[in-house]
Design a protein around this ligand. Structure first.
Ligand code: PEP
Ligand code: MN
Length: 577
């Protein structure tokens, strides 16, 4: 096997390529472009290119070559290789540091030894050579005792030089990443158990949000990005192309879908290819997202079905268990309004026996002119309230793009009634790794509600808690009607824990305690209740919010009453439509 590398015998590219092809014959090339040409012209069967270094960053000549090399599909990316890079300084036999006036190496290698050179040899002339090992060869050939080379230690033996000092790189973790490629395609089926990566170049229109939209095409499908680099477009000043490396092969259905959507969105896309990701030391084995449910075999029973876990599922949030014998009490304001009010409310509900704190930072409001919540600031205040009281926090997330933000601060994510069938949000919740509180839509059937839960479960998240919060009926005297039938029936049909939200069902605070107790009597395994320090002046849902005293009385009654109603009867089968 002849493998083209930039550099000569003893170069780091050679050491990298040898990890893949131990018996290779080295075809030495002067420039990275020559490596590609050598393989194209049949002087080598494969090539190896340095693409990135952990100390100095991207190897820009390689980036600038990628489209020319791999954009036509005649050469095939093969593997990603990471090589620890340790540099030594070497000179003629007997050379001493104080004699050296000139140091030669590849500019990238000189860049990796800047600190040592600055300290030890502040006055020497640094000379850019075409290659690290090539600089050792020059020092040996010119036999000038005032010259030294920086390269890999083993090059000293190859060129008969003496090592003056070892491991002079700026950081001991120094590594370079290489891409290997071949003239022939790999052939044979792709082994799905071996992690792959895909590289591509994207050009976007110069309009707000275009790059974000490309990133979102990956994010929405749970595709992990490992590198993003921009390079100037040479013939069109001040415009850029973007290089992406993502996890997964282009045959992975999630990535294929993302690429299709980017193709439709971007002004241009070039897929450079898919290749085997580095699997040696330091490899990050990120959990591959499961195949999309519609491309998997349909389960015999829906994942939510009680028969999947006849004993019932207990969802743990912090130290709180939802779905056990003890009813869970979640309390707090509709919206986080200020630091003072959330801390005061958190302290009050904790003192009265609440298990968790609720509070909205992102609020779904009927009118766009109403208070929309404090957003990210509200999340930070909720985290502060958790610090002070120890109560885990549940808060609403309204859009799939905000899942990572909300998940960073909250212990549990709430999907609100208005978003119960926001499928992109349900999928993102499934990937979030956080327990989900899924409220029933005001106009949703039990069947629709359970299938919304199935979206989250089938995206890989088993921690779903259902919450009945009232449905729209002909009755206008209350905001909604708490559907106790649904509470009792859903307890039979699913193993997932079920809560009742009497506040949004009632809309008026006087009947909230009665509905809370009724929900528990129907089988709810806990309640979520709105509580405000001054309900008449709340910025949202004041009419249905309890003050601290009314909440304390309700909590005492719940704690004094019987444990959660056992589930009764055998479940009627639910089929996935
Ligand atoms: C809330 O919990 O404040 C809320 C908006 O709930 P729902 O989605 O049930 O209306
Ligand atoms: Mn509310």
């Amino acid at each position: 096997m002849r493998v083209a590398i930039q550099g000569t015998r003893g170069a780091f590219s050679e050491a990298a390529a040898r990890l893949q092809w131990p018996d290779m014959e080295t075809v030495s090339c002067r420039e990275v472009g020559d490596v590609v040409t050598a393989v194209r012209e049949g002087r080598a069967e494969a090539g190896c290119l340095a693409i990135e270094n952990t100390l100095v960053g991207s190897v820009t000549p390689t980036y600038d070559l990628l489209q020319y090399a791999f954009g036509d599909g005649d050469l095939h990316l093969s593997r990603e290789i990471r090589l620890p890079v340790h540099h030594s300084i070497m000179g003629l036999a007997g050379a001493r540091l104080d004699q050296i006036t000139k140091v030669l190496s590849h500019p990238v290698a000189l860049g990796q030894c800047r600190i040592w050179l600055g300290r030890q040899l502040p006055n020497v002339t640094l000379v850019n050579a075409w290659d690290t090992a090539g600089s050792a060869e020059i020092v040996a050939r010119e036999a000038d005792p005032t010259q030294a080379a920086i390269c890999a230690r083993h090059a000293a033996d190859a060129y008969g030089l003496t090592v003056i000092e070892d491991r002079i790189e700026d950081d001991p973790t120094n590594q370079t990443r290489f891409l290997t490629f071949t003239a022939q395609p790999a052939g044979g089926p792709v082994d799905e158990s071996i992690p792959r990566k895909t590289s591509l170049i994207v050009w976007t229109d110069h309009r707000p949000g275009m790059l974000a939209a490309v990133l979102q095409a990956f994010a929405a499908r749970g595709v992990n990005l490992t590198s993003l680099q921009s390079r100037p477009e040479r013939s069109t000043p001040w415009t850029y192309r973007f290089y992406f490396d993502v996890e997964g092969g282009s045959e992975d259905p999630r990535l294929a879908e993302a690429l299709e959507s980017i193709e439709a969105l971007a002004s241009r896309i070039v897929i450079l290819g898919s290749y085997t990701a580095w699997q040696g030391e330091g490899a990050v084995v990120s959990q591959a997202a499961p195949r999309p449910p519609h491309l998997r075999a349909k389960p015999d029973l829906p994942l939510f079905d009680r028969r999947q876990h006849p004993a019932g599922t207990v969802v743990t949030v912090g130290s709180v268990q939802i779905g056990g014998d003890r009813p869970v009490i979640i309390a707090g304001p509709c919206s986080v309004e200020s630091q003072e009010m959330i801390l005061q409310t958190a302290q009050a509900v904790a003192a009265s026996g609440a298990d968790m704190l609720r509070g909205g930072a992102f609020k779904p409001r009927t009118s766009p002119y109403d208070f929309q919540g404090l957003g990210a600031k509200g999340l930070k205040l909720l985290a502060e309230a958790r610090e002070q009281t120890g109560l885990p926090v549940v808060t609403e997330v309204m859009g799939w793009e905000e899942v990572p933000l909300v998940a960073r601060y909250a212990d549990m994510l709430q999907i609100g009634a208005r978003n119960m069938q926001n499928f992109a949000l349900l999928r993102a919740a499934g990937r979030s790794g956080k327990p989900i509180l899924l409220k029933r839509g005001g106009g949703a059937t039990i069947e629709e509600w359970l299938h919304a839960a199935e979206y989250i479960l089938s995206s890989g998240n088993p921690n779903v808690v259902l919450c009945e919060r009232g449905i729209r009926t002909f009755e206008r005297a209350t905001r909604h009607t708490l559907d106790l039938n649904a509470v009792a029936l859903v307890r039979e049909r699913t193993h997932l824990p079920v809560l009742a939200d009497p506040s949004h069902a009632a809309g008026v605070r006087s009947i909230v305690p009665a509905l809370a107790l009724a929900g528990l009597a129907a089988g709810a395994q806990g309640v979520i209740v709105e509580v405000h320090p001054d309900p008449d002046h709340a910025m949202s849902d004041g009419d249905q919010s309890l003050d601290f005293r009314a909440f304390a009385e309700l909590a005492a009654r719940i704690r004094g009453s019987a444990p959660v109603m056992p589930r009764s009867g055998s479940p009627a089968p639910v089929t996935i439509a």
